[in-house]
Write a protein that binds this ligand. Structure first.
Ligand SMILES: [Zn+2]
Length: 434
């Protein structure tokens, strides 16, 4: 819903200094006094962020609260672009044992907004045969901004032999569907293939070339004799293609001697391959991540691989995963870069993942807690950390969609008997997608 340009309101507007008769404030919503981290603009300092008509209108020091319809105090908090998680599975349905319309996937809004994630990319749960169903049931009905990589398998991530069915890996219908939904389909995915041959990767690459979008590869079963990581990066990948599960440790990521990055990983990076975390249920080991991080082999994007097997185990959520990188010694600014601007660039949606004036106002307000925390990996290893990120508030397209401590709420005693919830001009926490 867009705000009417001529505001009509009786009396003092709650939470602002605006009184009837004065000129209407120039901004709709203002996040004041937080430490802004906006890697695209290289800002890491206390700033105010002003929003109008769903877009970032200004990032500056000391914007008076009276210049906005509603202002919130974010002092002591971090204000960043809404987090961008480019590896999730959010295509739930009635099937059993499937990511494509099944119980391995989850509805995004229950797991994203409360973690300050505003954009997710479902990577390959749907293929061209079921993408329209995914679009209608999930993309169109979620408050989360949902994008997708189409699986090269037409049926998507089904159970059993479905993902091994080379006959269903068709270039043309996959590329056609991607081109039909440009900006929503932002890549092609190949995953979980157990054969020795290169067919899925060749066809994914071809579809990606036709649609001018990147390919993301989960390198499948541990079948190293017929296909190696080195060949994947040097023969089948273009610069900008994405290798996910980079710290999985099972597909030749580590040098057997040093335990640091293998020659293949170093060659891939040299050629412009992008490396994605894709934590998931079993694809992030401390015994892989720590030696690679120590050797300077950092991720390009931090992503969860959120699904039913990862959501309550070692991964948990985006903020817990970001906390793991803090615990390994990465700076908060670097963690935010890899959770916002880098992934937005990877999916070629450069209006996202930043707080530039004119960009969609997707904003995360984060609290960094200090103390003793534990971070675990899927095999039960624990790493102690001294900080943890908590999501205080999430803003999507200029509207608050999650507000942990009621920063936009009023003291209950101040409400009249006819109070019915927050003002829809800045509050979208209730109900379904508007
Ligand atoms: Zn996945």
């Amino acid at each position: 819903m867009r705000r009417a340009s001529a505001l009509v309101c009786a009396g003092v507007l709650a939470g602002t200094g605006w009184v009837l008769g004065q000129t209407a404030p120039e901004y709709d919503f203002l996040v004041k006094g937080g430490h802004v981290i906006d890697p695209k603009s290289r800002i890491s300092a206390v700033r105010d962020v002003a929003i109008k008509d769903g877009r970032i209108a200004a990032v500056a020091a000391n914007i008076p609260a009276t210049r906005a319809l509603k202002a919130v105090d974010a002092s002591g908090l971090y204000v960043t672009p809404g987090l961008v998680d480019i590896h999730v599975h959010v295509y739930p349905g009635e099937k059993i044992g499937d990511y494509a319309g099944g119980d391995f996937s989850i509805y995004p809004d229950g797991f994203t907004l409360r973690s300050c994630v505003t954009t997710v990319t479902d990577v390959g749960s749907a293929g061209w045969r079921n993408f329209e169903d995914f679009n209608r049931r999930i993309v169109d009905r979620s408050k989360t901004r949902v994008t997708a990589f189409l699986n090269i398998v037409g049926a998507g991530m089904g159970a059993g032999p479905i993902e091994q069915n080379v006959a269903d890996m068709e270039v043309k219908p996959t590329a056609d569907m991607a081109l039909k939904h440009k900006g929503l389909v932002v890549g092609i995915k190949s995953a979980h293939y157990n054969g020795q041959d290169w067919t899925p990767y060749e066809r994914a690459a071809e579809a990606g070339r036709i649609a001018a979008i990147p390919v993301m590869v989960d390198f499948g079963g541990n079948v190293r004799a017929g296909r190696t990581l080195h060949d994947l990066f040097t023969t089948h990948f273009r610069a900008g293609d994405i290798y996910t599960h980079m710290y999985g440790g099972r597909r030749g990521e580590q040098d057997p001697g040093t335990k640091g990055p293998s020659a293949a990983m170093l060659e891939g990076r040299k050629r412009g391959v992008l490396f994605d975390v894709g934590h998931g249920g079993a694809s992030f080991l401390w015994s892989t991540a720590i030696p690679l991080m120590k050797a300077g082999f950092l991720p390009d994007s931090i992503s969860t691989d959120l699904h039913t097997s990862s959501m309550n185990s070692a991964m948990k959520d985006m903020l817990n995963l970001m906390g793991k990188f803090l615990a390994m010694g990465m700076s908060l600014d670097d963690v935010i870069l890899r959770s916002t601007w880098n992934p937005a660039k990877q999916i070629q949606l450069e209006e996202l993942g930043n707080l530039s004036v004119g960009s969609p106002a997707d904003v995360a307000v984060l609290r960094l807690e200090n103390g003793r925390f534990g971070y675990v990996d899927p095999v039960g290893g624990r790493l102690e950390g001294s900080s943890r990120l908590v999501c205080e508030m999430t803003v999507r397209d200029g509207k608050v969609v999650y507000d942990l401590n009621g920063l936009i709420a009023e003291p209950w005693e101040a409400l009249g008997p006819d109070a019915r919830g927050g003002d829809p001009r800045w509050d979208n926490t209730r109900g379904r997608r508007q």
